[in-house]
Design a protein around this ligand. Structure first.
Ligand SMILES: Cc1ncc(COP(=O)(O)O)c(C=O)c1O
Length: 380
């Protein structure tokens, strides 16, 4: 059967074509044109950040963070094993040693209670990932960060506009990274942003983003020629992508409303079924306002999950699992990680299933997914 309800479908917010036509007419298709500036201003105002810089991806924003913090072979970086490769790879690229933390069984976020036990010498950074758009326990993480003088880099790929104790995620760490990949709430296909909350890091962030040159100082009239002054790379997206992104960012409230409706539909209509079947639905602690990024099920076993994926596929519905634990990967082994090191990650990652989730998922499609899930009979 062909797939009629995909896992993700890119959705337009309204002004994308109009803004892209304007960007073409502007004659500024490279980076840092008028649309990039408008995205920066919008993000800085909304988040209250010292600086927001669009990048070509969240991966690149993480790589910028690793350069900015001068990560090197002597340094350790603590991050969850249950995350996307880029969270770790960005720091591994600088030669840093990756220390994998296990996750909390409820939110699947880095377990803050394990942090102190993982600190052997002074780590360079702690990188919490706000999984599924639900904030990590930032109070405890920031306390450890202050106590040991370690910088926090929030991987906020899933959690733009989520809040923890009333404050946006992505505003707690010295740095935070956003993703605008097509699977995210707000997208431009491929894109990201580095959010700089520590003002002392802004100037160098501008240099690193401009191939290690003083180009942005030159354009501000601060130097009379620009030259190579630091490490860096080419992290600027085209202004055409920024035009697409601006249309989405401006529609952020509408996008969040749509996604909230989807999340609440699944949550309300699968609750009883989940209780009968020993299935766990996502947990959102009281201090968190989530970003409605995804809806997942924690199923009783790996076999149950694989059978449910096949059952849904048989009805034209694509559901998917998520991260394979990084500490079990080939590269994880090279970081001296070992199986059994993150037992909660190993257990839950094998049982997690994500349901279709995109802004324009209709009520009829949602009902089809829910009915298909409820009809599933597991034969062990
Ligand atoms: C937690 C996390 N961090 C980083 C990334 C990388 O994002 P990008 O595709 O924008 O590089 C992803 C991708 O999905 C992610 O899930």
């Amino acid at each position: 059967m062909s797939i009629s309800i995909p896992f993700n479908r890119p959705c337009l917010a309204g002004n994308e074509y109009k803004y892209i036509a304007e960007a073409i007419a502007n004659g500024h298709a490279s980076g840092d044109g008028p649309f990039t500036r408008r995205c920066h201003e919008l993000l800085e105002k909304e988040l209250g950040a010292s600086k927001a810089l669009l990048t070509t991806s969240c991966t690149h924003a993480l790589e910028m963070a690793a350069i900015l913090l001068d990560c090197g072979p002597e340094d350790e970086v603590i991050l969850p094993s249950f995350t996307f490769v880029s969270t770790a790879n960005a720091f591994a690229l600088r030669g840093a040693k990756i220390v994998f933390a296990d996750i909390r069984p409820d939110t699947l976020n880095l377990d803050e209670n394990l942090l102190e036990g993982l600190i052997t010498k002074k780590p360079k950074a702690i990188v919490p990932v706000h999984y599924a758009g639900v904030a990590c326990e930032m109070k405890a993480i920031c306390k450890v960060s202050r106590q040991y003088g370690v910088r926090v880099v929030e991987d906020n790929a899933h959690a733009l506009l989520a809040r923890y104790r009333g404050k946006y995620t992505g505003t707690f760490g010295a740095l935070a990274t956003q993703s605008f990949h097509e699977t995210k709430n707000v997208t431009c296909g491929e894109g990201g942003a580095l959010v700089v909350n520590d003002p002392t890091l802004v100037e160098r962030a501008l240099i690193i983003r401009e191939k290690g040159t003083s180009r942005s100082q030159f354009f501000r009239g601060q130097v009379d020629k620009y030259t190579w002054v630091d490490l860096g790379s080419s992290y600027l997206p085209s202004d055409l992508l920024a035009a697409f992104l601006l249309a989405q960012l401006e529609a952020r409230e509408e996008i969040q409303r749509k996604r909230r409706r989807i999340w609440e539909f699944y949550n309300a209509n699968l609750r009883e079924w989940s209780q009968e079947r020993g299935v766990r639905l996502p947990v959102v602690p009281a201090e968190c306002e989530q970003a409605y990024h995804m809806f997942y099920l924690i199923l009783p076993s790996l076999e149950f999950r694989q059978a449910l994926i096949a059952h849904l596929k048989g009805q034209g519905i694509l559901s998917v699992f998520h991260y394979v634990p990084l500490h079990l990967s080939d590269m994880g082994q090279k970081c001296a990680a070992r199986p059994g090191q993150c037992p909660v990650t190993e257990d839950l990652s094998a049982r997690l299933l994500r349901l279709p989730f995109y802004n324009d998922l209709s009520e009829a499609e949602l009902s089809r997914v829910v009915n298909a899930v409820r009809d599933f009979q597991f034969k062990s």
